[in-house]
Design a protein around this ligand. Structure first.
Ligand code: DX5
Ligand code: ZN
Length: 219
């Protein structure tokens, strides 16, 4: 059974609180908060995501899965840590050195959250192997970060397969999350190659029946 992390990027502002209630009732396992700084990716969603995350925190205990698509990672961690997120994920492409990556890993743990590292479609999985023993999740982007509603890039699933093989061969306990363009078909493919947490945004938010959509994605 996989877990579902619903991306709230495409939630309409005027319906936001209602939507979050409905997603909780529909048993999403996480709320996926897509924080973009307008520099690492063109879009800037920070204010809106902060507002949404605050609203969720007030009405729900469902864990927050924070996806930072930002530079100045520590500054953004500080902006969200008061919401006691379950996990904070940063992009390996947004730090200047391995030392900086290890510092961020330590900083997130010191703030009592789990650590995720995300890789963009063109980043090789080998680039993050050394961090795996120290973190809790790898977020494999299945689209270029920056937008919801995009189409999954098929060869990113090869990366998931390779990563799964590596963690199994090396007995590493870690979650593999896929993010971007995930609908029923692509969720099946992602599970088939080893992903155990599925982010889905527009496919869930646009669907008629959240509970049905989420349970189908989980099967
Ligand atoms: C893209 C975000 C994804 C995106 C998922 O940069 O990281 O989480 O919002 O949305 P869909 O499922 O619509 O591709
Ligand atoms: Zn995301």
């Amino acid at each position: 059974m996989v877990e579902i992390s619903t991306s709230i990027l495409s939630v309409e502002k005027e319906k936001a609180t209602r939507t979050f209630y409905d997603l909780e009732t529909a048993h999403t396992d996480y709320f996926h908060i897509d924080v973009m700084d307008g520099k690492f990716v063109q879009n800037n969603t920070h204010e809106l995501m902060k507002e949404y995350a605050n609203t969720i925190k007030q009405i729900s205990n469902i864990p927050l899965d924070i996806h930072l698509m930002t530079y100045n990672v520590k500054d953004y961690i500080e902006q969200y840590i008061d919401l006691e997120p379950n996990i904070i994920t940063f992009h390996i492409e947004s730090v200047e050195s391995k030392e900086e990556a290890y510092e961020i890993i330590k900083f997130i743990k010191e703030n009592n959250a789990k650590v995720g590292i995300s890789i963009k479609p063109n980043t090789k999985v080998e680039q993050i192997y050394e961090f795996l023993p120290y973190i809790h999740m790898i977020l494999v982007m299945t689209v270029e970060p920056g937008l919801g509603g995009q189409k999954l890039i098929p060869d990113t699933l090869e990366k998931v397969k390779k990563l799964k093989q590596y963690i199994d061969e090396n007995n590493i306990e870690i979650d593999i999350e896929v993010d971007g363009g995930i609908k029923l078909e692509t969720a099946k493919m992602a599970k088939g190659v080893g992903a155990n947490i599925i982010v889905s945004g527009s496919y869930i938010i646009k669907s008629e029946d959240y509970k049905k959509t989420i349970s189908e994605l989980k099967e």
